[in-house]
Unconditional design. Structure first.
Length: 123
């Protein structure tokens, strides 16, 4: 995507999801144990993006490509349980105006089932 572009024209891609140790998980029990102990992925994604955006002197913003659920900027509550998606964490940290979802997401949210983008503007 960035090949052949000048440095100031390249898109800054932020790798925000946790790396999964699939090579080291050999049994169903190991996989289940890893899943039970994995940190909150949405919070961790937001932490990585926030750190990258605040430490960068580059004002172009960043691109965060995730599955549809992680891009949601709302907190969903089911009785006593709440789900706070990466988009919602970032909205709280940066502001609703600075956390943008693609137009496609906004127009067709209910029909999407593939990866979805949310982009973050400069601080």
């Amino acid at each position: 995507m960035n090949r052949g572009l000048a440095e100031n024209e390249k898109i800054k891609v932020v790798l925000a999801d946790i790396q999964r140790p699939f090579d080291s998980l050999k049994t169903k029990d190991e996989v289940n144990n890893w899943i039970k102990n994995v940190p909150n992925r949405d919070r961790q994604m937001a932490d990585i993006i926030e750190q990258r955006m605040k430490s960068s002197t580059d004002c172009r913003g960043g691109l965060f490509i995730v599955g549809l659920g992680h891009a949601i900027k709302a907190k969903i509550t089911f009785g006593q349980n709440s789900i706070v998606f990466a988009g919602a964490h970032l909205k709280e940290r940066f502001s609703d105006r600075k956390v943008l979802q693609s137009e496609r997401f906004s127009r067709r949210r209910e029909s999407l089932n593939s990866s979805q983008m949310a982009e973050f503007s400069c601080m």
